[in-house]
Design a protein around this ligand. Sequence first.
Ligand SMILES: Nc1ncnc2c1ncn2[C@@H]1O[C@H](COP(=O)(O)OP(=O)(O)OP(=O)(O)O)[C@@H](O)[C@H]1O
Ligand SMILES: [Mg+2]
Length: 261
Amino acid sequence: MLPGLAGVIKKPDAVTEIRPTAVYLMHDVIKVREAKGVAFQLRVPSLRIDQGEQIALIGESGSGKSTLLDMLAFILQPSAAGAFRFRPGEDEYPVDVEDCWQNKKLNRLGDLRKRHIGYVMQTGGLLPYLTVSQNIGLSRNVLGLKRDGTVGHLAEALRINNQLKKLPADLSTGERQRVAIARALAHRPAIVIADEPTASLDPYAAENVMSLFLTVAKEFNSTVILATHAWRHVRELGLRRLSHRTTHSQDSSLTETVVNG
Ligand SMILES: Nc1ncnc2c1ncn2[C@@H]1O[C@H](COP(=O)(O)OP(=O)(O)OP(=O)(O)O)[C@@H](O)[C@H]1O
Ligand SMILES: [Mg+2]
Protein backbone atom coordinates (compact mmCIF):
# COMPACT_ATOMS: atom_id res chain seq x y z
CA MET A 1 0.00 0.00 0.00
CA LEU A 2 1.28 3.51 -0.77
CA PRO A 3 2.51 5.08 2.45
CA GLY A 4 0.17 8.09 2.15
CA LEU A 5 -3.00 5.99 1.88
CA ALA A 6 -2.74 4.15 5.19
CA GLY A 7 -4.67 6.77 7.09
CA VAL A 8 -7.26 7.32 4.34
CA ILE A 9 -8.60 3.79 3.81
CA LYS A 10 -11.25 3.14 6.42
CA LYS A 11 -11.89 -0.23 7.98
CA PRO A 12 -15.45 -1.42 7.29
CA ASP A 13 -17.79 -0.75 10.20
CA ALA A 14 -18.25 -3.75 12.43
CA VAL A 15 -21.55 -5.47 11.61
CA THR A 16 -23.57 -5.36 14.79
CA GLU A 17 -26.59 -7.60 14.81
CA ILE A 18 -29.39 -6.20 16.93
CA ARG A 19 -31.36 -9.12 18.30
CA PRO A 20 -34.70 -8.62 19.97
CA THR A 21 -34.92 -9.14 23.72
CA ALA A 22 -35.24 -12.78 24.76
CA VAL A 23 -38.53 -12.94 26.63
CA TYR A 24 -37.93 -16.51 27.75
CA LEU A 25 -34.65 -18.36 28.13
CA MET A 26 -34.68 -21.94 29.36
CA HIS A 27 -31.88 -24.45 29.75
CA ASP A 28 -32.27 -28.00 31.00
CA VAL A 29 -35.73 -27.48 32.42
CA ILE A 30 -37.55 -30.65 33.46
CA LYS A 31 -41.06 -31.26 34.68
CA VAL A 32 -42.09 -34.67 35.95
CA ARG A 33 -45.76 -35.49 36.51
CA GLU A 34 -46.62 -38.80 38.06
CA ALA A 35 -49.80 -40.46 39.30
CA LYS A 36 -50.65 -44.12 40.00
CA GLY A 37 -47.41 -45.46 38.56
CA VAL A 38 -47.75 -43.59 35.26
CA ALA A 39 -45.11 -40.95 34.74
CA PHE A 40 -44.70 -38.18 32.22
CA GLN A 41 -41.56 -36.12 31.79
CA LEU A 42 -41.18 -32.93 29.81
CA ARG A 43 -37.57 -32.00 29.07
CA VAL A 44 -36.51 -28.65 27.61
CA PRO A 45 -32.76 -28.75 26.86
CA SER A 46 -32.77 -25.27 25.31
CA LEU A 47 -35.50 -22.78 24.49
CA ARG A 48 -35.32 -19.11 23.55
CA ILE A 49 -38.37 -17.03 22.66
CA ASP A 50 -37.78 -13.48 21.46
CA GLN A 51 -40.00 -10.45 21.88
CA GLY A 52 -42.65 -10.24 19.18
CA GLU A 53 -42.30 -13.85 18.03
CA GLN A 54 -45.35 -15.96 17.26
CA ILE A 55 -44.70 -19.53 18.34
CA ALA A 56 -46.66 -22.73 17.82
CA LEU A 57 -46.45 -25.82 19.97
CA ILE A 58 -47.95 -28.80 18.21
CA GLY A 59 -48.25 -32.28 19.63
CA GLU A 60 -50.59 -35.17 20.24
CA SER A 61 -52.89 -35.23 23.27
CA GLY A 62 -50.91 -35.90 26.45
CA SER A 63 -47.59 -34.79 24.94
CA GLY A 64 -47.09 -31.98 27.45
CA LYS A 65 -48.29 -28.83 25.65
CA SER A 66 -50.31 -27.52 28.59
CA THR A 67 -47.49 -28.52 30.94
CA LEU A 68 -45.03 -26.29 29.05
CA LEU A 69 -47.51 -23.41 28.74
CA ASP A 70 -48.26 -23.57 32.48
CA MET A 71 -44.54 -23.38 33.25
CA LEU A 72 -44.21 -20.36 30.92
CA ALA A 73 -47.12 -18.72 32.77
CA PHE A 74 -45.50 -19.47 36.18
CA ILE A 75 -48.47 -21.62 37.17
CA LEU A 76 -46.46 -24.84 37.36
CA GLN A 77 -43.09 -25.16 39.07
CA PRO A 78 -40.37 -27.01 37.14
CA SER A 79 -39.05 -30.14 38.86
CA ALA A 80 -35.52 -28.97 37.98
CA ALA A 81 -34.06 -26.10 35.97
CA GLY A 82 -30.52 -25.31 34.85
CA ALA A 83 -31.75 -21.81 33.93
CA PHE A 84 -35.15 -20.20 33.55
CA ARG A 85 -35.16 -16.45 32.82
CA PHE A 86 -37.97 -14.11 31.89
CA ARG A 87 -37.74 -10.57 30.57
CA PRO A 88 -41.05 -9.01 29.53
CA GLY A 89 -39.44 -6.11 27.65
CA GLU A 90 -36.13 -4.40 26.97
CA ASP A 91 -36.90 -1.75 29.61
CA GLU A 92 -37.49 -4.41 32.25
CA TYR A 93 -34.93 -6.29 34.32
CA PRO A 94 -34.54 -9.99 33.58
CA VAL A 95 -36.17 -12.16 36.24
CA ASP A 96 -34.64 -15.40 37.49
CA VAL A 97 -37.83 -17.49 37.55
CA GLU A 98 -36.09 -20.52 39.00
CA ASP A 99 -34.82 -18.42 41.91
CA CYS A 100 -38.37 -17.15 42.53
CA TRP A 101 -39.67 -20.74 42.70
CA GLN A 102 -36.79 -21.95 44.86
CA ASN A 103 -37.18 -19.07 47.30
CA LYS A 104 -40.98 -19.16 47.30
CA LYS A 105 -41.38 -15.65 45.85
CA LEU A 106 -44.84 -16.61 44.69
CA ASN A 107 -46.27 -13.09 44.96
CA ARG A 108 -43.55 -11.89 42.60
CA LEU A 109 -44.43 -14.60 40.09
CA GLY A 110 -48.14 -13.85 40.48
CA ASP A 111 -47.50 -10.16 39.92
CA LEU A 112 -45.40 -10.82 36.80
CA ARG A 113 -48.16 -13.06 35.45
CA LYS A 114 -50.87 -10.47 36.10
CA ARG A 115 -48.99 -7.58 34.52
CA HIS A 116 -47.22 -9.17 31.58
CA ILE A 117 -49.06 -12.34 30.57
CA GLY A 118 -52.48 -12.93 29.05
CA TYR A 119 -53.69 -16.54 29.12
CA VAL A 120 -56.35 -17.89 26.77
CA MET A 121 -57.54 -21.13 28.30
CA GLN A 122 -58.74 -24.09 26.26
CA THR A 123 -62.15 -23.90 27.89
CA GLY A 124 -62.37 -20.11 27.56
CA GLY A 125 -62.66 -19.62 31.32
CA LEU A 126 -65.13 -16.75 31.01
CA LEU A 127 -67.04 -15.72 34.12
CA PRO A 128 -70.69 -16.67 33.43
CA TYR A 129 -72.25 -13.87 35.52
CA LEU A 130 -70.29 -11.04 33.83
CA THR A 131 -71.25 -9.55 30.47
CA VAL A 132 -68.94 -9.89 27.49
CA SER A 133 -67.76 -6.32 28.00
CA GLN A 134 -67.07 -6.91 31.72
CA ASN A 135 -65.28 -10.17 30.96
CA ILE A 136 -62.99 -8.47 28.44
CA GLY A 137 -62.29 -5.60 30.84
CA LEU A 138 -61.50 -7.89 33.78
CA SER A 139 -57.70 -7.91 33.46
CA ARG A 140 -57.67 -4.10 33.14
CA ASN A 141 -59.84 -3.75 36.25
CA VAL A 142 -57.63 -6.06 38.28
CA LEU A 143 -54.61 -3.91 37.36
CA GLY A 144 -56.50 -0.65 38.00
CA LEU A 145 -55.96 0.53 34.41
CA LYS A 146 -58.00 3.46 33.10
CA ARG A 147 -60.65 3.08 30.40
CA ASP A 148 -58.91 3.97 27.16
CA GLY A 149 -61.07 2.38 24.48
CA THR A 150 -59.02 -0.84 24.33
CA VAL A 151 -62.03 -3.03 25.15
CA GLY A 152 -64.10 -1.51 22.34
CA HIS A 153 -61.18 -1.66 19.93
CA LEU A 154 -60.56 -5.35 20.66
CA ALA A 155 -64.26 -6.16 20.37
CA GLU A 156 -64.29 -4.54 16.96
CA ALA A 157 -61.07 -6.20 15.77
CA LEU A 158 -62.36 -9.62 16.88
CA ARG A 159 -65.84 -8.93 15.50
CA ILE A 160 -67.78 -9.26 18.73
CA ASN A 161 -68.69 -5.59 19.13
CA ASN A 162 -72.43 -6.28 18.81
CA GLN A 163 -72.27 -8.91 21.58
CA LEU A 164 -70.87 -6.73 24.39
CA LYS A 165 -74.00 -6.67 26.58
CA LYS A 166 -74.63 -10.42 26.43
CA LEU A 167 -73.64 -13.07 28.96
CA PRO A 168 -71.22 -15.82 27.78
CA ALA A 169 -74.05 -18.40 27.80
CA ASP A 170 -75.75 -16.46 24.99
CA LEU A 171 -72.77 -16.72 22.62
CA SER A 172 -71.67 -19.26 20.03
CA THR A 173 -68.52 -21.29 20.78
CA GLY A 174 -66.48 -19.24 18.31
CA GLU A 175 -67.72 -15.97 19.81
CA ARG A 176 -66.83 -17.23 23.28
CA GLN A 177 -63.31 -18.06 22.11
CA ARG A 178 -62.94 -14.58 20.64
CA VAL A 179 -64.10 -13.01 23.94
CA ALA A 180 -61.49 -15.12 25.78
CA ILE A 181 -58.84 -13.87 23.34
CA ALA A 182 -59.96 -10.26 23.79
CA ARG A 183 -59.80 -10.67 27.56
CA ALA A 184 -56.26 -12.04 27.41
CA LEU A 185 -55.15 -9.04 25.32
CA ALA A 186 -57.08 -6.24 27.05
CA HIS A 187 -54.29 -5.18 29.43
CA ARG A 188 -51.86 -5.18 26.48
CA PRO A 189 -49.61 -7.87 27.94
CA ALA A 190 -46.10 -8.47 26.61
CA ILE A 191 -46.92 -12.17 26.20
CA VAL A 192 -50.11 -13.98 25.24
CA ILE A 193 -50.22 -17.69 25.93
CA ALA A 194 -53.06 -19.61 24.31
CA ASP A 195 -53.87 -23.24 24.99
CA GLU A 196 -55.65 -24.61 21.91
CA PRO A 197 -57.76 -21.48 21.56
CA THR A 198 -59.65 -22.85 18.57
CA ALA A 199 -59.94 -26.52 19.56
CA SER A 200 -63.72 -26.55 19.67
CA LEU A 201 -64.21 -24.79 16.34
CA ASP A 202 -64.69 -26.16 12.84
CA PRO A 203 -61.60 -25.74 10.60
CA TYR A 204 -62.96 -22.68 8.79
CA ALA A 205 -63.92 -20.86 12.00
CA ALA A 206 -60.63 -21.95 13.62
CA GLU A 207 -58.58 -20.40 10.84
CA ASN A 208 -60.63 -17.23 10.97
CA VAL A 209 -60.31 -16.83 14.77
CA MET A 210 -56.61 -17.72 14.71
CA SER A 211 -55.89 -15.18 12.03
CA LEU A 212 -57.81 -12.41 13.89
CA PHE A 213 -55.97 -13.34 17.08
CA LEU A 214 -52.51 -13.17 15.50
CA THR A 215 -53.29 -9.89 13.74
CA VAL A 216 -54.43 -8.17 16.95
CA ALA A 217 -51.51 -9.61 18.93
CA LYS A 218 -49.12 -8.18 16.33
CA GLU A 219 -50.82 -4.79 16.53
CA PHE A 220 -50.39 -4.90 20.34
CA ASN A 221 -46.75 -6.00 19.95
CA SER A 222 -47.42 -9.07 22.07
CA THR A 223 -45.33 -12.21 21.86
CA VAL A 224 -47.62 -15.17 21.15
CA ILE A 225 -47.12 -18.75 22.31
CA LEU A 226 -49.89 -21.11 21.38
CA ALA A 227 -50.62 -24.79 21.56
CA THR A 228 -52.65 -25.98 18.65
CA HIS A 229 -53.87 -28.96 16.69
CA ALA A 230 -54.41 -26.80 13.62
CA TRP A 231 -51.29 -28.10 11.85
CA ARG A 232 -52.13 -26.68 8.46
CA HIS A 233 -52.71 -23.13 9.66
CA VAL A 234 -49.43 -22.95 11.53
CA ARG A 235 -47.41 -22.84 8.34
CA GLU A 236 -49.90 -20.62 6.52
CA LEU A 237 -49.99 -18.10 9.36
CA GLY A 238 -46.19 -17.93 9.58
CA LEU A 239 -45.76 -19.19 13.16
CA ARG A 240 -42.41 -20.58 14.31
CA ARG A 241 -42.89 -24.18 15.29
CA LEU A 242 -40.99 -25.57 18.28
CA SER A 243 -39.27 -28.89 17.74
CA HIS A 244 -40.93 -31.61 19.69
CA ARG A 245 -40.32 -35.36 20.12
CA THR A 246 -42.36 -37.77 22.26
CA THR A 247 -41.25 -41.30 23.15
CA HIS A 248 -42.92 -44.01 25.25
CA SER A 249 -41.24 -46.71 27.32
CA GLN A 250 -42.00 -50.31 26.25
CA ASP A 251 -44.48 -50.89 29.06
CA SER A 252 -45.99 -47.40 28.53
CA SER A 253 -45.34 -46.45 32.16
CA LEU A 254 -43.14 -43.52 31.11
CA THR A 255 -43.70 -40.96 28.38
CA GLU A 256 -41.08 -38.34 27.65
CA THR A 257 -41.38 -35.27 25.47
CA VAL A 258 -38.33 -33.22 24.51
CA VAL A 259 -38.93 -29.65 23.33
CA ASN A 260 -36.27 -27.41 21.82
CA GLY A 261 -36.44 -24.12 20.03
N1 LIG B 1 -51.77 -33.30 37.72
C1 LIG B 1 -51.21 -34.30 37.03
N2 LIG B 1 -50.68 -35.36 37.68
C2 LIG B 1 -50.07 -36.36 36.99
N3 LIG B 1 -49.96 -36.38 35.66
C3 LIG B 1 -50.48 -35.35 34.97
C4 LIG B 1 -51.14 -34.27 35.60
N4 LIG B 1 -51.55 -33.40 34.67
C5 LIG B 1 -51.18 -33.93 33.48
N5 LIG B 1 -50.53 -35.08 33.66
C6 LIG B 1 -49.97 -35.94 32.61
O1 LIG B 1 -48.94 -35.19 31.95
C7 LIG B 1 -48.95 -35.49 30.56
C8 LIG B 1 -48.98 -34.20 29.78
O2 LIG B 1 -50.20 -33.55 30.01
P1 LIG B 1 -50.61 -32.19 29.29
O3 LIG B 1 -51.90 -31.75 29.86
O4 LIG B 1 -49.46 -31.26 29.37
O5 LIG B 1 -50.77 -32.67 27.77
P2 LIG B 1 -51.31 -31.88 26.49
O6 LIG B 1 -50.30 -32.03 25.41
O7 LIG B 1 -51.71 -30.51 26.88
O8 LIG B 1 -52.61 -32.72 26.09
P3 LIG B 1 -54.00 -32.26 25.43
O9 LIG B 1 -53.72 -32.03 23.96
O10 LIG B 1 -54.90 -33.42 25.65
O11 LIG B 1 -54.47 -31.01 26.13
C9 LIG B 1 -50.15 -36.41 30.31
O12 LIG B 1 -49.66 -37.72 30.19
C10 LIG B 1 -50.99 -36.27 31.55
O13 LIG B 1 -51.64 -37.49 31.86
MG1 LIG C 1 -53.53 -29.49 26.95
